[in-house]
Design a binder for this molecule. Sequence first.
Ligand code: ZN
Length: 528
Amino acid sequence: MSIISDMIKYSRLAFSVRGFLRGTVSLEQSKQVIAARFQNRERTFLSIVQKGIYGNPKSPFLKLLEVANCEFEDIESMVNQDGIESTLHKLLAEGVYLSGEEFKRKREVVRGGNHFQFKERDFDNPFLAGYYQVQSSGSRSAGTRSIFDLRHQLEKSYYTLPMLAANNALDFPMGLWTSIPPCGTGIGSSLRYWKVGKPVARWFSPVDESQVQVSLPHRLALRYIIYGSRLWGAKLVKPEYVSFADAVKVAQWMAATKKQFGGCSLQCSASLTVKVCQAAIENGLDIQGTHFFSGGEPLTEAKHRQIEAAGASVASIYSISEIGRIGCGCSGAGAAGDVHLFHDSVALIQRQRKVEHTDIDVNAFLFTPLLPSAPKILLNVESDDYGVMETLSCGCLFGQLGFDKHLRDIRSFAKLTGSGMTIVGTDFVRILEEVLPRKYGGAATDYQLLEEEDTSGQTHLSLIISPTVGAVDDGAVIATVLSELHRVAYIGKITAELWSQAKMLEIKRMYPISKVGKIMTLHLMKKE
Ligand SMILES: [Zn+2]
């Protein structure tokens, strides 16, 4: 696509930003919108299925429903009789779902003897304008591209003030330490905080445009949104590059802001949260009473303890860019990483399955977005996450709004998560089983990746190399892994850059860990 056509497209994007920025969303309005979504939940679901699936010949789910012999009227009567979740369970039993591997097109979809080849864009919501597409990375998503739609950003912004209110963070300045486009997290947050009258005070980016070689269209889009917004009177802050090693700069900003305003909040990944807290402790900076909103990776007990050691509090944000905002924690949440499920805009059911390349069984999440503005039309799609879902009452604002379903112990099973970036497991398996043995000798089973968390809550990745491989240069092996990661489509470059900055990868010479006599390429920690 030519630069000129990109410029025209982004001019349209900048223009649609004007409509988005008009008017401010209040807390009262947010509550009303959420109540209306609950009230119209079944009707909205049926309308999405009717128009987005039965009325959309490209929809992969239309093909799966045909195999299951299921007409729209069947779904309608099931929903009216037993509700959405029960209908989704029945559809799952009939093969109407996609595993994470199938959704990412890493595995052929076979149902009832029929073989299907779906394309990534077949899942796109056909009712969105699609001026601009971003890639997932910061959130726990598949590394796929999604439409960046301002109507969807508006729908998500109705959660923003309730999230701040449920965490006693309404009255204090907010900062971001999130990546720049092609990742959509930072720019989306910046727009939504403006929309609710709480503009972001500082936006730190852990990656630099030149380092990760951001393409011209993405650099243009960021500028069009920021400078376009200024034309319409919204002074969105520009991202400032702050590397992992400079976490103290973010801690200094938080301490100074707390001193001036009595409080401060920061939205970033769980690993970056821990880095800020460590930097504050090491440098004697007072961030007591400040609050973190952490997304992108599990907020484990160890990470939680490290944040509490700095006197700060934290809430998990659970988001997947293809699906939307899924949940958020509150100040009353019991377990670390507990979130209220936003079931006004997403339906979630679970199924037992085995994790590829491991011998682990998990209770996987299957999502169905319920917003007409969702970037993709999905029915029972796995996110590669598993965890515990339960109904609990909570006295916070989320509880009052009707969010009584909670998720906890959310973990990713098909990809590794390091410092807020995800890398699809199967890409890593190729590097371990093919690239490394070819270059350094040994067999596929001589290399293993081990994900561990230290007592301070930092996630470490160890690359285990069997002693039988013989002498190898550790630095060269790490360089090979990072350069191979660079070649992985979409988020490879950013992941490699962050991993090298955070010195995430360490070589261990030992025999790969084996369970039940099998050596699994990826040895992931599973919380019992
Ligand atoms: Zn709560």
